[in-house]
Ligand binder design. Structure first.
Ligand code: HEC
Length: 119
């Protein structure tokens, strides 16, 4: 009964497979909530599309499909754009505008999607 809250938080973080990312952004108390994602991903849809909703300009530049990728991968990619470790003009600006909570929610949301056909 020493630190019930800390233990609960750690369990939740482990359960969402975010443990390895916790150190990077001090994200130990962030619990991904995919239900909070839909109004955070409106700006992503035009480029990345969502299942059943095709990207508007797939021919203009190559945009990777993110639906169905693992939450850990999506989160790591967004954090890398945010920090500038991974360089892409569009994604840099977008990721910089996202909080760690936003990134966790979005990653969990996209991980639940089925990979779209095609790309
Ligand atoms: C202006 C178009 C555009 C918008 C808007 C956009 N993206 Fe991207 N995104 C890209 C492009 C282009 C790449 C590939 C960049 C690269 O090669 O590193 C990319 C890459 C990614 C990747 C890495 C995918 C991989 O397979 O490595 C993730 C994750 C991602 N975007 C998430 C998002 C999220 C979440 C949003 C909304 C908050 C968003 N993007 C909005 C264009 C966009």
């Amino acid at each position: 009964m020493k630190k019930p809250l800390a233990v609960a938080v750690r369990t939740a973080v482990l359960a969402t497979a975010l443990a390895s990312l916790a150190g990077a952004a001090g994200a130990a108390d962030i619990v991904a909530n995919p239900k909070a994602a839909p109004n955070k991903i409106e700006q992503c849809i035009g480029c990345h599309g969502i299942p059943g909703y095709k990207a508007a300009f797939p021919e203009v530049f190559q945009v990777p499909m993110i639906g169905g990728q693992s939450a850990r991968y999506i989160e790591a990619a967004l954090q890398a754009y945010k920090k500038g470790d991974r360089k892409n003009l569009s994604m840099r600006g977008i990721a910089a505008s996202l909080s760690d909570q936003d990134i966790a929610d979005i990653a969990a949301y996209y991980a639940q999607q089925a990979p779209a056909d095609g790309k």
